[in-house]
Design a protein around this ligand. Structure first.
Ligand code: ADP
Ligand code: MG
Length: 245
């Protein structure tokens, strides 16, 4: 039973042409909860994340964020997107803006902060992700792990109610994965509500309150990590785990 739901999806459906990519998705994420979403490539994990902040439309069902149904468009949608921070596999930073500007611009445009107030906050966040000394650089001057930490700082700068991470470490060289996971672990400890698509099972075991397993557009398991990893119920989950562990 949900205690204090921040995200509620009820019977959400979406097709891409003939492909029923999200099939009757029911998912509740409570405030402060960390939910890790795993499953084979093509099972709908990214589409689910994108639907949660309306980067994808849905055909039926409801998505409620902090008690509010998703608006279709306009300013209300921009504000809602700002409430849902998103970090992608590809860092999606503005290449021609400095690190400081990357973290500050959304605060000024969407949250309406003054430039100096936004920049002060950006500096604090860059410090928090271990990049205090990189503010004046451009994304291309940073490593992949550093760029991803900038992307996390940029999302946090909007004061999101929830953070969605879609395979945030999949594009990184192995030696950079931990520096990003550590920032995410820290966020989880601080009580941030998080939905994390990842194949990093160490992170799932240590940070997740629940693991959601998707297969062919459905959620087929939704359990505590220890239960899931030691005793997966479905053959599909068993098969998936046997391939990645
Ligand atoms: P995952 O993130 O689990 O790998 P995705 O949500 O990216 O899965 O994709 C689920 C399925 O939907 C895949 O078969 C993919 O090819 C398809 N798909 C994703 N985006 C689109 C799109 N914009 N148009 C058509 N098919 C898509
Ligand atoms: Mg994906």
């Amino acid at each position: 039973m949900a205690v204090d739901p921040l995200i509620e999806l009820r019977d959400v459906n979406k097709h891409f042409g003939q492909l029923h990519v999200l099939q009757h998705i029911d998912l509740t994420v409570d405030r402060g909860e960390v939910v890790v979403v795993i499953g084979p490539s093509g099972s709908g994990k990214s589409t689910l994340c994108r639907a949660i902040n309306r980067l994808e439309t849905i055909e039926s069902g409801t998505i409620i964020i902090d008690g509010q149904a998703l608006p279709e468009e306009g300013k209300a949608l921009a504000r809602l997107r700002a409430d849902v921070g998103m970090v992608f596999q590809s860092f999606n930073l503005f290449a021609h803006k400095t690190v400081l500007d990357n973290v500050s611009l959304g605060q000024i445009k969407v949250r309406g902060r003054k430039k100096d107030e936004a920049e002060k906050r950006s500096h604090r966040l860059l410090e928090r992700v271990g990049l205090a000394d990189q503010a004046a650089k451009y994304p291309a001057q940073l490593s992949g792990g550093q760029q991803q930490r900038v992307a996390i700082a940029r999302a946090l700068a909007m004061d999101p109610k929830v953070m969605l991470f879609d395979e945030p470490t999949s594009a990184l060289d192995p030696e950079m994965i931990n520096e990003v996971l550590e920032v995410m672990q820290q966020l989880a400890r601080e009580g941030m509500t998080m939905v994390v698509v990842t194949h990093e099972m160490g992170f799932a075991r240590s940070a997740a309150n629940r693991v959601v397993f998707m297969s062919d557009g459905r959620i087929i398991e939704d359990r505590a990590p220890d239960d899931f990893f030691t005793n997966p119920e479905t053959d599909r989950a068993k098969d998936f785990l046997s391939k990645i562990l």
